[in-house]
Design a protein around this ligand. Structure first.
Ligand code: CA
Length: 233
């Protein structure tokens, strides 16, 4: 079985740069969706499962910063900004756009490849727990982070993305108490715009899906006055 190719969205209005970047990333084993402007890029982003965005800062129809901002409304996919001038980098640092990295033009393809791979690796690390174990209490609960599935007593538990992220955050450091603030940061990052008590509601729903008795949980344990921890063995 060949591993699934990851999708990269490459946004650049200079056709030659776009072509070189696209063919290089294709040669590294990625599938590249090219876009010459912001609107086109956002349409592709909505339609495809994009693992990384390479984003030119100066685009004809809208600034790259606006593209980045709109991507961040719904996604934590890594964004690497491609900047033409040092002044643009200063601008980026000040804006807090939610870009993960930036590369100054002209860049070497080797550098681009290394930065792209690092950004994708960091993003997938996010959801990968440190524990290799994925089956708890003799198979009562099984978690497959690659397939994004959770089974309770062999039946799919149908977690929402928020519940899945919370579970992953709790499992990342088994036995360690996570505060609400830490859970928000780990599970939702910048896109979370609710109050921290909203985490409690997600926890409640998560428990209803994976616990035998949500009032006497085995997996998502309350640590009074501190937060939550994962109790699976
Ligand atoms: Ca440009």
């Amino acid at each position: 079985m060949t591993p699934e190719r990851k999708n990269i969205l490459a946004v650049e209005d200079e056709p030659k740069i776009l072509e070189v970047v696209a063919s290089f990333m294709e040669s590294r084993g990625y599938r590249v969706f090219p876009a010459a402007g912001g609107e086109e890029a956002l349409a592709i982003f909505d339609r495809e499962n994009i693992a990384l965005v390479l984003l030119d800062l100066m685009l004809p129809d809208m600034p790259g910063e606006e593209v980045c901002r709109r991507i961040r409304r719904s996604s934590r996919a890594p964004v690497i900004m491609l900047t033409a001038k040092v002044e643009e980098e200063n601008l980026l640092e000040g804006l807090g756009l939610g870009a993960d990295d930036y590369i100054r033009k002209p860049f070497s393809l080797k550098e681009l490849g290394a930065r792209a791979e690092a950004a994708i690796r960091r993003a997938s690390d996010d959801l990968t727990p440190l524990v290799a174990k994925n089956s708890f209490r003799g198979g009562d609960l099984t978690v497959d982070f690659e397939k994004n599935t959770v089974k309770k007593k062999g039946r799919e538990a149908a977690l929402t993305p928020s519940e899945m992220r919370l579970l992953a955050a709790l499992m990342k450091y088994p036995g360690k108490v996570c505060t609400r603030a830490q859970l928000i940061d780990a599970a939702f990052g910048d896109e979370f715009d609710g109050y921290d008590r909203a985490v409690d509601n997600h926890i409640k729903n998560l428990r209803q899906k994976i616990e035998d008795d949500s009032k006497d949980p085995d997996y998502v344990l309350t640590v009074h006055g501190l937060g939550y921890k994962f109790g699976g063995e």
